[in-house]
Design a protein around this ligand. Structure first.
Ligand SMILES: Cc1ncc(COP(=O)(O)O)c(C=O)c1O
Length: 400
């Protein structure tokens, strides 16, 4: 891969395989295990990860957009692809043409499918049990059943909902528990279709894993059914729960760069646009070729740190579109700067020295969430695949 500036996202396939194996062994009987690879697989490279996940026995993949599904199909992904976002008539045609599975969440969707289907088409149905974003209302369930039951082409395979507060998953009286009970009720209406149900995102899955670990009695709504699983964040190595992670997950992405140049500042001089950081003493500044256009949020200016030479160096001055600056004075003092030429900088993830800086920490500083830190890593940042199966990616697909 051509890379003229050494800024990249390292994607560790061994860690991804580990996370998937943990899921497969914790829930060996799940009726549905559908890793979410929408939004470029949370920034990790959707085609590469989808193809790799297939080698691990994954048979279902979740995307948001039809376009995302088309890309996967065009790169040879054979797994069942669930398209979670809505669609119009043209979208319904594409979904059918490319053998994808629509997650139907409105009467319009049913109408579009009815108007274009001329052979059996599998669908999943989404119910709104509290998120108030997409899906049929629970009270519409019987009417939806009646409509689908008399359609000769539409084959209902599953019904689904989305937890809007999965963080309360372990609470038997929480919002998630209420949502699961509602979906369980709805599922009774659809029994004649021989459906299964899916509802658990990472927070739901990890809540269930936590209960399993504790040996909690199985009357919790997380055990009402053998719920299908739609893991997103957790397969990339992170735990959205406020509690400790009940599963041993390993972060997959490390966002890295290398120092472009050093500058010597006199006390009183400032750094970057607006001069928001002023040197209190003579200082050495590392200029790192990564900026907000690469997904390093500007709100982190003068807030965060990055790992430089195995130590935490403060991000100083305003983060620019293409650069950020680190105060490395104390780490290079009395040393030959030539020894730090092209030094590695870890923005998050693992450094080559074994250090780890979590994107969760950056998310807090940026008043954001881990999902956003991962998905923000920019298009112009090459993804570099590492691990035992990296050659599979290189041979089958190539880099980004
Ligand atoms: C419908 C649906 N299911 C599952 C997920 C996965 O969520 P998480 O990344 O929290 O596991 C998402 C992500 O937003 C989603 O939209």
């Amino acid at each position: 891969m051509e890379m003229y500036r050494r800024t990249f996202a390292e994607i560790n396939l061994d860690n991804l395989r580990h996370n998937i194996r943990v899921l497969q062994t914790t829930f060996p009987d799940a009726p549905f295990l559908c890793p979410m690879v929408k939004a470029n697989a949370y920034g990790h490279g959707d085609v590469q990860l989808a193809r790799f996940l297939e080698t691990l026995g994954i048979q279902h993949l979740g995307v948001c957009l039809i376009e995302e599904g088309l890309l996967l199909r065009n790169f040879g992904v054979k797994a069942e692809i669930l398209v979670f976002r809505g669609f119009d008539r043209e979208g319904a045609e594409k979904i059918i043409q490319y053998n994808m599975t629509p997650v139907v969440s409105s009467w319009d969707h049913i109408e579009h499918l009815e108007s274009v289907a001329s052979s059996p088409v599998s669908i999943h149905l989404k119910f709104d049990t509290g998120m108030n974003r997409l899906g049929f209302r629970p009270e519409e369930a019987q009417k939806v059943f009646d409509r689908l039951w008399q359609n000769k082409y539409i084959r209902l395979k599953a019904i689904a909902t989305h937890l809007f507060n999965g963080e309360d998953g372990v609470d038997p009286n929480g919002q998630s528990a209420r949502q699961l009970k509602t979906l369980d009720q709805i599922s009774k209406i659809f029994k004649p279709f021989n459906i299964f149900c899916h509802a658990l995102n990472s927070a739901g899955i990890l809540s269930k894993a936590a209960l399993l670990k504790k040996g909690v009695s199985k009357d919790h709504p997380l055990f009402l059914q053998n719920w299908g699983l739609r893991p997103g964040l957790m397969i990339y190595g992170y735990n959205p729960l406020p509690q400790d992670n009940p599963l041993d997950l390993l972060p997959v992405m490390s966002f890295k760069s290398h120092v472009g140049t050093y500058r010597h500042l006199k006390a009183g001089e400032t750094v970057s646009y607006g001069g928001t950081w002023k040197a209190e003493k003579d200082s050495v500044i590392a200029v790192v070729p990564v900026g907000y256009a690469d997904g390093y949020h500007r709100i982190l200016s003068n807030q965060s740190s990055a790992v430089f030479a195995g130590q935490r160096a403060r991000v100083i001055g305003n983060v620019c579109m293409d650069y950020l600056m680190l105060d490395v004075t104390e780490f290079v003092q009395g040393k030959d700067l030539a020894d730090f030429k092209d030094a590695e900088v870890t923005l998050f993830g693992y450094g080559s020295d074994g250090s780890f800086l979590s994107p969760e920490e950056l998310a807090k500083l940026a008043k954001s969430i881990t999902w956003e830190m991962l998905t923000s890593v920019g298009e112009r940042v090459p993804r570099v695949y590492t691990g035992l199966d990296a050659s599979f990616i290189a041979e089958e697909i190539g880099g980004q």
